[in-house]
Design a protein around this ligand. Structure first.
Ligand SMILES: *[C@@H]1O[C@H](CO)[C@@H](O)[C@H](O)[C@H]1NC(C)=O
Ligand SMILES: *[C@@H]1O[C@H](CO)[C@@H](O)[C@H](O)[C@H]1NC(C)=O
Length: 449
């Protein structure tokens, strides 16, 4: 990710694509992966990370920003697919076949086949960095690396490169999406031809986080909003993520490459920032990433690319304490001790120990008897800002009466617990929640279970 976009670039974040053919061995029902960044001095050892992801989460693919051998060893025999990244400094040498063979022999071959390396990202957002020599040689490096893979008899590893949305010169409305002048025919047409030829994806990093304004915050967070109408297509966009992907799609279609697949190599929202960033908070991070995952998993696709599922890598697995700003340090879904910063639905549903109970097994989350009103109000704010429907406890709703903080908190806490996977910790609420097998529903107020 490149944090410091100039304003114009904020408007147009980019994505990279992936081709259907070669996805077959990792195309599970679940297209959600995570970026495992390591700019921190307090992260657990990679072996623990591999075990954690495999046993506690539904994540079946990761992307790393290097070729760290310790990580590649740790993910052996996990079945978790790994995208590795060629360091920018190693890209130019890859244009030479012997160097590309040597790079493969040093960084990839030792880990095959036990580690399921399924994609190599050649550099990271190279076009964003404006090194003309590197940009001019990027495709040749990708092609030469592909040749080296074929010569080594490897057909299961895709070669691609992730782009920031700065590759677009127009993105609003989405149908106007186009690649920057000078890059469109010279860089992207041949690169997309390569992707089509090799059935590899165009990888892009769309960040509504870098594109929102006060007015478009709900649109960026997948929350209810007026939508954005695209007069050229008569399509209405209800979220910025779709709009950014469709802008990329439009740019590709302009060059006649709309058939090339797209992979979302990075996207995310930080859970904490500094005082000047009021939209950077836990509730908004939960809303963005939670809604993103639901949206991607729904298979709905985007207005211009209906019914498509985009393999999507959330940024990021961990909070990384060596990054520069407070917000950059807080993109993680997990803290270094593996506790979730928040749950976006990627934790495995760990069944309660022991045989299922005498009841029908349904469970609800309600406030503990000694929870304070202040704490319960915070729970309401938190749960209802996470994208849940809290209409039933608003005036006129079936659960508005009794109009007490405790009653409203019970409804909101349970709704949160149910929609986040019913893990015990979804009902923790800083020690103020408890799980019950007694249905709290009353009159017309129904508590889901
Ligand atoms: C959009 O809707 C208008 C009004 O119904 C119609 O005239 C126009 O042809 C439509 N455009 C497209 C691209 O469907
Ligand atoms: C795309 O295809 C159309 C129809 O074949 C053609 O007229 C147009 O020139 C092509 N555009 C590009 C950029 O190749």
């Amino acid at each position: 990710m490149v944090e410091m976009f100039p304003n114009i670039l904020k408007l147009v974040q980019l994505l990279f694509v992936s081709l259907t053919l070669s996805r077959s061995n990792v195309e599970a029902a679940y297209p959600i992966g995570v970026n495992y960044g390591t700019l921190a001095d307090n992260l657990p050892p990679p072996s623990q990370v591999a075990t954690f992801l495999k046993t506690k989460t539904t994540i079946d693919r990761i992307k790393i920003f290097d070729c760290n051998p310790e990580i590649l060893n740790a993910f052996a025999d996990t079945g978790i697919a790994v995208t590795v990244t060629v360091a920018d400094a190693d890209v130019l040498p890859l244009t030479n076949l012997d160097s590309a063979k040597a790079w493969l022999a040093a960084h990839i071959l030792p880990f095959l086949p036990r580690t399921l390396i399924n994609r190599i990202a050649v550099g990271n957002e190279i076009l964003h960095h404006k090194d003309r020599v590197l940009i001019a040689n990027l495709l040749r490096a990708m092609e030469t690396l592909t040749s080296a893979l074929r010569l080594a008899g490897i057909t299961t590893i895709q070669v691609s490169t992730p782009h920031s949305l700065g590759i677009l010169s127009a993105s609003e409305p989405p149908s106007s999406g186009k690649f920057r002048k000078g890059y469109d025919r010279a860089i992207f047409a041949p690169m997309l031809a390569y992707h089509r030829r090799t059935s590899t994806p165009f990888m892009v990093n769309p960040y509504p986080y870098f594109g929102f304004t006060d007015r478009t915050l709900p649109y960026a967070l997948f929350k209810p909003n007026d939508g954005v109408f695209d007069p050229a297509t008569n399509l209405t966009y209800t979220n910025m993520f779709d709009a950014q992907l469709d802008a990329v799609h439009s740019a590709m279609a302009r060059l006649n490459y709309s058939d090339v697949d797209i992979v979302v190599a990075e996207t995310g929202w930080p859970s904490a920032g500094d005082a000047a960033q009021p939209a950077v908070n836990l509730a908004n991070a939960m809303s963005y990433n939670g809604n993103l995952i639901r949206h991607v998993n729904s298979g709905k696709g985007t207005p211009l690319m209906p019914n498509r599922r985009f393999e999507t890598y959330v940024f990021s697995l961990f909070n990384e304490n060596l990054k520069e700003s407070e917000s950059e340090r807080n993109f993680g879904l997990f803290r270094p001790d593996f506790t979730p910063v928040y749950d976006v639905g990627i934790l495995k549903n760990t069944p309660a120990a022991g045989p299922s109970g005498p009841s029908d097994g349904r469970k609800w989350c309600v406030p503990k008897g000694d929870a304070s009103s202040d704490a319960l109000q915070r729970n309401i704010d938190y749960a209802c800002c996470s994208g849940l429907d809290c209409g039933p406890i608003q005036s006129g709703g079936p659960c508005f009466s009794p109009d007490t903080v405790r009653s409203h908190a019970a409804y909101a806490m349970n709704a949160y617990y149910q929609s986040n996977g019913r893990h015990d910790f979804n009902c923790d609420f800083a020690g103020t929640g408890v799980i019950t097998s007694t249905d709290p529903s009353y009159e017309t107020c129904t508590y889901v279970a």
